[in-house]
Structures are given as C-alpha cells and as structure tokens.
Ligand binder design. Structure first.
Ligand code: ADP
Ligand code: MG
Length: 270
C-alpha cells in the first residue's frame, strides 16, 4: 500500500516486501489470509494484533520457514522499482545474503559459545565478499571488534567472555547477532518480551539509531505497545489472519476496531 507519509529522500530505495494472495492453514484452519500487503514503506513499521492473529506465521511465511498454501512473497531490494526477488523461492539460508533477517532465525548454541564468540561468528558470516576464506582471523574480526565492543558496552552483559546468563541476555544476543549481519530489512518478533524495562528501552534506542545510521528498515511485532508507539512510523493491525487496518500509530491507537478487538478502552491513554 502506498504511503502518504514521506520519510525523506531515501524512501524510494528502501527495501520492500510485497505479499500477494498469501494464505496458510494449519489443520484445515486458515491462520493467514492476506490479499495485498506491502511492508517497508517506512523505516520502522509495527505489526500488532491479538494473540493468534497470525503475526508470527506471517513472518515465517516471509522468511520461507513456513510454506505458503498459496500466493507469493516478493522482495524489492532497492525500492518498488527495483528488480524483484521471489522470497517464496529463496531458501531460508539465502535470506541473509539478500539482507532480509529475522530474529530467532540464526541457529546458535548459547551453551557452547561465549557471548563474544557468538557475536564474532555473526560478524564473520557477514563477510560475503570474502565468502568463507577465513585465512586471516584478525582481518575478518578486526573490523568487527569495535562494533561488537560498542554493543557489549551498551548492553552490559554480565560476563561477555562467558556464556549468556539469562533468557533476556540470550534474546538480546540473538538480536545483536541479527544487527551484526547488517540487514537491510530486519523482522523482529517480540524483541523485548522478557527483557527488563531498562534493557528494553536501550534496545529501542539502539534500533532507532541503527535505522538512522544504516538506512536499515525494521518490521516489528510486539505486545508491549509502548515499544510500538515509541518506535513505529506506521502500524499494520492484524486480526484473524488478515491485516485489517494500516496507518499512523496515533490513528491506529485510537481506532474503534483496534480498541474493540485488541486494546480494550483502558489502554487508549497509556
Ligand atoms: N505450526 C503450527 N501448527 C498448528 N497451528 C499453528 C502453527 N503455528 C501457528 N499455529 C496457529 O496459528 C494461529 C496463528 O498463530 P501465530 O501466527 O503464532 O499468531 P500470533 O503470532 O499473532 O500470536 C494460532 O491459532 C496458532 O495456534
Ligand atoms: Mg507470535
């Protein structure tokens, strides 16, 4: 859907994802049914809706980690006029090369890798041009160390040279790994769930900063709506498998349908 909110000169080269006639059923029950949807017209977009609305499934269909029953998912790497790539024909492991990354997508074993090693590994895997020629570790890791140290400083991991200590640290590590992959379009599925408030706020700031610095776009599913209202430039509201409203966060927040199906009137002034 075209946006009426200009976001600056970069708007036409932002990556977009377009879904056309996309449906998915589990056990004969339709859980996603989206006729037309464009994600990425704005730097940060929220995808909200009640539990079971189909948000996670929609993200999995985009990442091709769940198969479509029908429809197509197309990626426009450099804006709506760029050469499209059919994501539903792209194996999940190729997604990061296209710049499409989702949190939880990176396979890792936090119990075997230290926080630092896990981040170094993510940084090394971005080095597409050199492929897997890891002859000189310093060369590969050297550039990444500053960036990694920046994240480690920012988030105060309890023991960066040891293992992630809490569920929150593991979650954060997953997101930082995604950021180190230098995504063009990052999908986050409930990134702040389980994080202490202070870390949640820091993560929100970091996401905003990274979007501004790198031109990365973010699509974020989140139940903590304070995150959505703080971060998003645009919000898609999903219920019963379909995106039924799209618009400015303030408009979505006060919309009768959103209040009735999701927020309840007591959340309107939060
Ligand atoms: N792998 C699966 N097998 C069966 N049902 C599923 C599966 N994944 C999701 N569902 C169902 O699909 C519906 C949508 O789920 P989900 O996409 O996780 O919603 P949301 O993320 O919006 O809470 C839910 O009713 C859920 O139980
Ligand atoms: Mg979900």
């Amino acid at each position: 859907m075209a946006s009426d909110q200009p976001t600056g000169t970069s708007v036409d080269t932002r990556p977009r994802i377009h879904l056309e006639g996309v449906a998915k059923s589990f056990n004969g029950r339709t859980v996603v049914d989206v006729e037309q949807l464009t994600l990425g017209d704005h730097p940060i977009e929220g995808l909200i809706g009640p539990n079971g609305a189909g948000k996670t499934t929609l993200m999995r269909l985009i990442m091709h980690s769940a198969s479509l029953d029908r429809g197509t998912v197309t990626f426009y790497p450099n804006g709506p006029d760029s050469e499209p790539v059919t994501l539903s024909e792209t194996p999940p492991h190729r997604m990061a090369h296209l710049g499409v990354v989702k949190s939880n997508q990176v396979i890792m074993d936090f119990d075997k890798l230290t926080v630092l090693d896990s981040l170094l590994l993510a940084a090394a895997s971005t080095d597409h041009e050199r492929g897997y020629r890891l002859f000189n570790e310093d060369e590969v890791y050297g550039g990444a160390r500053n960036e990694i140290d920046w994240y480690l400083d920012r988030f105060d991991f309890e023991d960066p040279l040891g293992h992630a200590r809490s569920a929150g640290e593991k979650k954060l590590l997953d997101i930082i790994r995604c950021l180190l992959l230098r995504p063009r379009l990052l999908l986050l599925d409930e990134p702040t769930a389980g994080l202490p408030d202070e870390i949640r706020d820091r993560l929100t700031e970091v996401l905003k900063e990274k979007c501004e610095q790198t031109g990365m776009s973010v699509i974020v599913v989140e139940h903590d709506l304070s995150v959505i209202w703080t971060l998003s430039h645009f919000v898609h509201f999903m219920a019963e498998g379909s995106v039924i409203l799209q618009g400015d966060p303030e408009w979505i927040r006060q919309h009768d349908t959103v209040i009735e199906k999701y927020l309840g009137s007591e959340h309107v002034g939060d």
